[in-house]
Design a protein around this ligand. Structure first.
Ligand code: SF4
Length: 315
């Protein structure tokens, strides 16, 4: 399988680019996800010409603005350079399907990076790092996650689902934009979207029917934004169970009453937190291989990411 292009904070790859001359190597990114991800390491601070080691920088509130300045000399301000660097890198990042960043960095942190007053005291607020903030502003659909948050099973599963879905969308819809390709894509993603948000599932269905007569480009752009916004919502046991019962509806004519009852029991065990999601999904996949029609067998929900990652064993 072709690896998915992903941007990553360079220090997470073990590159010694941090202000202290060190790195923050992530074993999970480097040794587990690398079987599927083709990383593009980026250090924005090195990218604007800062050396390693270098004096540390932090976020400071100046009037209405948040600036990135050197900790021991607030007159050294690299805000504009970091934003320009982000804008210059965007064309190269056109084809990535995700971005993994490091937390607490005034350049790369996705959220909750501390902001200080000009006198050095904490301002009691936080925001994103300046470089990644610019990337997220220009590419709101792009899955972005902090490496530390990937230790949370739900957030990890959510991020990796988004990356695989976005890669699929880029490969099969954006590469050669056409309404019939969008319709086919949506048909495969209905149940995955439903697990994340039922209202979005309805809304994306309405969008694809294109009653407003949008141009193909506009339609695909709006779908892309809506899809990625929806998948960012964390699916829970109730919404997964709802989807599993919908899928069961496609099988009930073919299953014996014992097999159907067994499947219902496992879905209920999952809903009550007695087993993880992999249990009902494995059983349902087993029956779909035997009895499922093409439509239901093609659902991304059944196989959203590689089984080897074991992501549904923990949620
Ligand atoms: S700027 Fe980003 S990539 Fe570079 S050292 Fe800091 S956190 Fe790592």
């Amino acid at each position: 399988m072709k690896k998915i292009p992903i941007a990553i904070s360079s220090c997470l790859m073990g590159n010694e680019v941090r202000y202290d001359g060190g790195h923050k190597q992530s074993k999970y990114c480097l040794y587990t996800l690398s079987d599927w991800f083709d990383y593009k390491p980026i250090c924005p601070e090195m990218g604007i010409g800062m050396p390693a080691p270098r004096p540390p920088i932090h976020l400071v509130e100046k009037g209405e603005q948040i600036r990135v300045v050197q900790v021991d000399d607030h007159d050294i301000d690299v805000t504009d350079e970091l934003k320009d660097f982000a804008r210059k890198r965007l064309p190269d990042l056109n084809r990535i399907s995700g971005y993994i960043v490091i937390r607490n960095s005034p350049s790369c942190g996705m959220e909750r990076v501390k902001v200080y007053h000009d006198n050095g005291n904490p301002a009691g607020k936080s925001t994103h790092g300046t470089y990644i903030g610019e990337i997220m502003k220009q590419r709101p659909e792009l899955p972005v996650e902090e490496e530390g948050r990937l230790q949370d099973p739900k957030l990890r599963e959510n991020f990796i689902t988004r990356v695989f879905a976005y890669e699929d969308f880029q490969e099969n819809v954006k590469a050669a934009p056409a309404v019939d390709q969008l319709v086919k894509f949506h048909s495969r993603y209905k149940y995955l979207v439903m697990a994340h948000c039922y209202e979005d599932y309805k809304e994306l269905g309405r969008l694809v029917s294109n009653q407003d007569g949008l141009s193909t480009d506009k339609l695909i752009e709006q779908y892309e934004q809506g899809l990625m916004r929806s998948l960012k919502k964390i699916a829970n046991a109730k919404s997964h169970s709802n989807v599993l019962y919908h899928i069961l509806g496609y099988l009930k004519e073919c299953l014996t009453s014992n097999a159907k009852q067994e499947l219902i029991n496992v879905i209920e065990q999952y809903r009550k937190g007695m087993v993880t999601l992999i249990a009902p999904v494995t059983l349902i996949n087993h029956y779909i291989k035997q009895f499922g029609n093409e439509y239901i067998a093609s659902q991304a929900y059944l196989d959203p990411h590689p089984i080897e990652l074991g992501l549904r064993n923990y949620i």
